[in-house]
Design a protein around this ligand. Sequence first.
Ligand code: ADP
Ligand code: MG
Length: 225
Amino acid sequence: MTLDLSDVTLTYPDGDARLTALNGVSLSVPPGTVTAVIGPSGSGKSSLLAVAATLIRPDRGRVVVAGVDTGGLDRAGAAALRRARIGIVFQQPNLIASLTAAEQLQVMAHLAGRPVRPARARAERLLATVGLAGQVDRRPHQLSGGQRQRVTIARALMNDPAVLLVDEPTSALDHDRGAAVLDLLVELTRERGTATVLVTHDRGHLDRADRVVEMVDGRLAVSTG
Ligand code: ADP
Ligand code: MG
């Protein structure tokens, strides 16, 4: 499996106590497949992605990304693994206001220590893949909400990640645009062989996923969708 979480427990400080956000969660995602995660607000979906992304270290349990047991990594090691192997799309398109669409992608190559010149061509190809061939030199304020979300998806793919983590990508979009973004994510997952985890509240689109799991109170249950 490309992404393996086993028996992961995560707590946050909560006054004098601890709040359990993830409670013994296990999840394995094969390459080239999409696992959709549904569940009510506050059930732990974003925490699950943060742990899978190595952004937060769990209290307990194992997180293995592309064959690397992340428990053995220090902060710098986790950051290097994240930049090289993990693509992340957050709920709100978090683009840098002063950079063009192509430059948003080139930054990722730069952060991963890759040469800038080939990165430009790759950025343009990826933007074309997500339907933004004509928008490569636009800045975020010159793009629609759906176009910005497509830039963040292309950006997440810039370093050819093994794992793609996507948090409610359609929440800022209308139904049709949301459906198009999900179709695009499924297509990219197949083409590129990423192990994709997609958090969504949009039950109407679940038939696109290979598997649907449900978070309830920090626990994971296989869902019928
Ligand atoms: P979801 O994405 O399903 O809405 P989250 O993973 O964001 O759920 O949150 C799960 C639980 O953890 C919630 O009770 C939330 O309030 C709490 N929580 C999330 N992030 C933090 C944090 N950084 N510090 C403290 N509590 C948090
Ligand atoms: Mg969330």
